[in-house]
Design a protein around this ligand. Structure first.
Ligand code: MLT
Length: 324
């Protein structure tokens, strides 16, 4: 197949794809380049960092398959792709554990000032007396979006002795009981916001969740609490977050793996604050997980070529309706 590899994936998978297909590599290309690169492509493989807009999709008359090497669908016009008869498939399963583990890395970095301590020590300082922080055990861990990733974070929090609370967009007794089995109590958005010592965001970005954490939500957070965003940059209003972190309000610190503006050369304004931990969208970047995602991408393309893709898709991989 004629494949555009629009994002970097596991090196072994790239090798396999290049052996089996006609692959053009163009990682994180802007729209202006994509419209040219897509001209003769039949499949595109992508992650975050690139946008498959309607214009980009329309520039590929032979496009038949779009493969998301991960779970987020906020950077593709899914409705347009489906309307054009392009099949959209994603590989969501293997990214839950690495994102949950990074959430914990960020929780610990924030609570125990790990990155700040590291920076100060390298500068020759020994400010032990100023580097205290709260225990996680005994604190409330709040999860906005207690789905595949969020419920895993809740389970990990419960194992650390935290009280885990979560909310979802479609609560039901079945969801409540599945979460309870993982040590997470299902409640509503406002309870999670107001009672959490550590508020973690694990929800997709769409028109309903854009800036769901705004100035109003930040003002309602528990005094002395922390915010962790590993979901998508757009779910937090970062200007409001900057104001909350500098305005002496309840929020003690924030950690963000995802940002409203991402990419090489972008310097986040929040980076100037000592109570902020920032990472460059590395949630899914555990080697083991990337290897599994890469293997699945190679397999899915093979299945497509053999005409057996539909039969072999896991239920969560098939994208057959716009995300709600
Ligand atoms: C995902 O949605 O799977 C993650 O954000 C991984 C990524 O594309 O970087």
């Amino acid at each position: 197949m004629k494949v555009l590899l629009a994002s970097s994936i596991d090196p072994a998978a790239i090798e396999a794809l290049e052996r089996e297909h006609d692959v053009v590599r163009a990682f994180n290309a802007p729209e202006a380049d994509l419209v040219t690169l897509m001209a003769d492509r039949e499949a595109v493989i992508f992650r975050s960092g690139v946008t498959l807009s309607a214009r980009v999709l329309d520039s590929a008359p032979n496009l038949a398959l779009v493969l998301r090497a991960g779970s987020g669908l906020d950077n593709i016009d899914v409705a347009h792709a489906l309307a054009r008869g392009v099949q959209v498939v994603r590989v969501p399963g293997s990214s839950a554990q690495p994102v949950a583990e990074l959430t914990f890395a960020l929780l610990l970095s924030l609570a125990r000032k790990v990155t700040l301590a590291d920076r100060l020590l390298r500068e020759g300082h020994w400010p032990k007396a100023t580097l205290g922080g709260p225990l996680l055990a005994g604190k409330t861990l709040g999860i906005i979006g207690a789905g595949r990733i969020g419920s895993r974070v809740g389970e990990m929090g419960a194992a650390w002795g935290m009280r885990a609370l979560g909310c979802v967009d479609r609560p039901s007794p079945a969801v409540a009981s599945a979460l309870a089995g993982r040590g997470v109590t299902l409640t509503d958005f406002d309870t999670v916001v107001t009672e959490s010592d550590f508020l973690c965001l694990h929800l997709p970005l769409d028109e309903h969740t854009h800036h769901i954490v705004d100035a109003g939500v930040l003002a309602r957070m528990k005094p002395g609490s922390f915010l962790i965003n590993v979901a998508r940059g757009g779910v937090v209003d970062e200007d409001a977050l900057h104001a909350a972190l500098t305005g002496g309000e309840s929020l003690l610190g924030a950690a963000l793996d995802v940002h409203e503006r991402e990419g090489e050369g972008v310097v986040p304004r929040l980076g100037a604050l000592p109570n902020v931990v920032l990472t460059p969208h590395i949630g899914a970047m555990a080697w083991d997980s990337q290897r599994l995602i890469g293997e699945r991408v190679v397999e899915l393309l093979r299945s497509y070529e053999h005409g057996s893709l539909d039969q072999e898709l896991e239920p969560e991989e098939a994208v057959d309706a716009p995300p709600t």
